[in-house]
Design a binder for this molecule. Structure first.
Ligand code: FAD
Length: 418
């Protein structure tokens, strides 16, 4: 019988190191995540079960060292394909853990990717993640309480509606604002990548600033985690910044460049979200494989009823299409020499389609899977209900389905007024 590994992906782009990490993650999923899978959502507030499991992934397997260059003890992963391979494996176990783990490093793409490394900040922050036996947690603090989309809608709003402010006072930034929903907040984060404006209310890419703020800086407060419909292995809460002062050097790149690389960060986030969706689809496939083999109705296995077989065929077509597209876009981000830089409007649009298509496909597939399982699909112990609940948020974050469609049309149709 085939397994999810037989669903085609371009193996010539996947390195031996990627496969080794994938193998270690699979073992972790089998031994630590799955035995605890029914307890994770109830652990939404204190993470008593989740934290030790996350520690194995982040520290023992080394995921928290991923983006950091080797000269500060990191793994030096600068390939989007590698991140998709990892995301597929983690999300097969738990997409909330996948979100939390990937967001540890995501805000540091701004300073770690090879074509725009910030050596000062790499030396300052890299060892905190790499030279330790404890978890050290990054958090992309983008969403303002006023709106998440307005911050991430870089090419329409140019920072105009960002409400978190950064004011330069000598050699220090003073930061004020209120963020919400950010992955790994809720008291877990140690270091925030804060999106702020240096010119409140102005439409100016130069005013968009990404500034790193340690969580223990005076004036930073993290609220309690929210209880969500799913994905509770990811903690989300309020973060308040009140007269928070950090050194001027903590700005990722500088005027103009922070906005430019924000676009790149979103492009990577789009494709890696495709990886989360794929991991969840792999899980759905495994559940259905087992269910449709063993469930017998009207005297034969479910998979041998033509109407069910047709649905299964459609599900596999969707999974194959998402897999091909996600790996293709990841490879394109890995080869800017061939496809243009990750911060280009073209790559933003082409990866937005990946996020929109892959996450919608996941929600559709989960819906079909629940149908195929009848009432058992609605029961905790049959596992599909958790994937179903977790799936929806993937299309909501990073500006939701609207920003995916807007950025795509902006590029392909040169729509200048949206
Ligand atoms: C599990 C989880 C993890 C998250 N992780 C992070 C994280 O790591 N960092 C972070 O900063 N945030 C994070 N978020 C927040 C998330 O990214 C935001 O909620 C999301 O970007 C949408 O912002 P919003 O909720 O403020 O909705 P709004 O911005 O108010 O948008 C509401 C609706 O309007 C649509 N819309 C927005 N602008 C336009 C427009 N110009 N035209 C037409 N329609 C538009 C949107 O698509 C959406 O449907 C997370 C949220 C969750 C639940």
């Amino acid at each position: 019988m085939p397994t999810y590994e037989d669903i085609p992906r371009p193996i010539e782009w996947i390195t031996d190191e990627d496969l080794q990490v994938a193998k270690a993650i699979r073992k972790w999923v089998d031994e630590e995540v799955w035995p605890n899978r029914h307890k994770i959502d109830d652990d939404w507030e204190h993470h008593e079960i989740v934290k030790p499991i996350m520690k194995t992934l982040l520290v023992d397997i080394g995921y928290q060292r991923g983006v950091w260059p080797e000269d500060v003890g990191g793994l030096g992963v600068d390939s989007c394909v590698s991140f998709v391979v990892g995301a597929e494996e983690i999300a097969r176990g738990d997409s909330g853990m996948c979100t939390a783990a990937n967001c540890v490093g995501w805000p540091f793409l701004h300073i770690c990717l090879p074509h725009h490394r910030n050596e000062t900040l790499i030396k300052k922050f890299g060892p905190l993640f790499c030279d330790t036996d404890e978890m050290f947690i990054g958090c992309p603090a983008i969403t303002d309480v006023s709106s998440g989309s307005d911050v991430e809608n870089v090419d329409a709003t140019h920072g105009k509606y960002i409400t978190t402010t950064a004011k330069l006072d000598g050699d220090w930034w003073e930061i004020n604002g209120h963020k919400i929903w950010c992955t790994n907040s809720g008291g877990f984060a140690d270091l925030f990548g804060v999106y702020a404006t240096t010119k409140p209310g102005e439409e100016d890419d130069e005013a968009v600033a990404v500034i790193y703020v340690p969580a223990d800086t005076p004036g930073v407060t993290q609220g309690k985690p929210y209880k969500k419909a799913g994905m509770n292995a990811d903690l989300n809460g309020d973060i308040w910044f009140e007269k928070v002062r950090v050194p001027a050097e903590n700005r990722a790149q500088g005027p103009g460049l922070d906005a430019e690389y924000a676009r790149e960060m979103i492009s990577w986030g789009n494709v890696i979200t495709g990886g989360y969706a794929l991991g969840s689809m792999n899980r759905v496939y495994e559940i259905l494989l087992d269910w449709c083999e063993h469930r017998v109705v009207a005297g034969k296995q479910l998979k041998n009823h033509s109407i069910i077989a047709g649905t299964l065929g459609e599900i596999m077509t969707m999974i194959e299409a998402v897999k091909s597209d996600t790996y293709c876009k990841a490879r394109m981000l890995d080869r800017p020499d061939l496809y243009g830089p990750g911060h280009s409007k073209g790559m933003l649009a082409k990866t937005r389609t990946t996020k929109l298509f892959s996450t919608d496909a996941l929600t559709d597939i989960c819906n079909w899977a629940v149908d195929l399982m009848g009432s058992y699909g609605y029961a905790l112990e049959y596992d599909i209900e958790k994937v179903w609940r977790d799936s929806k948020i993937m299309s909501l974050w990073m500006g939701g389905r609207s920003l995916c469609r807007l950025d795509t049309t902006r590029y392909y149709f040169n729509s200048t007024e949206i």
